[in-house]
Design a protein around this ligand. Structure first.
Ligand SMILES: NC(=O)c1ccc[n+]([C@@H]2O[C@H](COP(=O)([O-])OP(=O)(O)OC[C@H]3O[C@@H](n4cnc5c(N)ncnc54)[C@H](O)[C@@H]3O)[C@@H](O)[C@H]2O)c1
Length: 217
């Protein structure tokens, strides 16, 4: 923060983006040291970033934007390891709470929750090995750093001047897909037929086969 102030005279935008995969494995096998490391890199860094960025922005006046890279792993189970997910969930909570505090100073606090993005953090130099993870979302394209960068640029711009406390999912519909109990895409049971299920009312269920056009009750 001090370097930015020295070079540019003031601080307008702080992008708190550093990250690692952190601790993984069964909870009983997770060391305190690995847990603390994960929270230090993913959460303590965001606390410190917000603390010092807000000081610099308040000092110069005129507001600013603090942008945090969270993760969909902080919004739902199954997106990352226990420690990574918990650390990102803490970031999302910080975004909301600190946004409420800094709103009167015109400092916006916003987040991005990426889905699966093709970076070394995920593929560790072998993108081909993680094709299954990269193609899990409904949107046909692989998540790329540019998808995140474009939303970051928008959130830091005046076009987003009334958005604060919000963490925007940038995941190609991955979370919208949800638990996918009935399958995904064309394999989704609900996409093979159409009709109405009237539950236990005693009224017949009407089902129309979308391939043959046959209708039955
Ligand atoms: N790639 C994904 O699919 C994905 C998904 C959700 C969230 N994220 C988050 O996006 C952010 C960026 O990650 P990325 O995917 O671009 O990975 P990346 O590995 O390309 O970039 C992470 C950067 O953080 C830096 N870093 C790590 N520890 C640091 C520390 N202690 N101090 C300073 N810098 C440190 C690394 O050197 C690296 O430059 C991270 O917060 C990550 O958790 C990524």
């Amino acid at each position: 923060m001090a370097t930015a102030e020295k070079r540019f005279g003031r601080l307008d935008i702080a992008y708190l983006n550093a990250g690692v995969g952190g601790a993984f494995g069964p909870i009983a096998e997770t060391s305190v040291e690995d847990w603390d490391y994960t929270f230090a890199v993913l959460t303590r860094s965001v606390f410190l970033g917000m603390k010092h960025a807000s000081q610099a922005m308040k000092k110069h006046g005129g507001g600013g934007v603090i942008l945090v890279t969270a993760s969909i792993a902080g919004m739902v189970g199954g997106g990352g390891s226990h420690a990574y997910s918990a650390a990102k969930a803490a970031c999302i909570s910080l975004i909301e709470n600190v946004a409420a505090e800094l709103g009167p100073d015109r400092i916006r606090v916003v987040g991005i929750a990426p889905g699966v993005i093709s970076t070394p953090l995920v593929h560790r130099g072998r993108p081909d090995k993680y094709e299954k993870q990269f193609s899990h979302q409904p949107w046909p394209d692989r998540g790329e750093p540019d998808h995140i960068a474009d939303v970051a640029a928008f959130l830091c711009s005046d076009d987003a001047r009334f958005i604060t406390g919000e963490t925007v999912k940038v995941d190609g519909g991955l979370l919208a897909q949800g638990v996918a109990l009935w399958g995904t895409g064309k394999d989704n049971t609900f996409m093979k037929s159409a009709g109405v299920n009237r539950g236990s009312t005693g009224e017949a269920m009407v089902v129309r086969n979308l391939q043959s056009g046959d209708q039955k009750q």
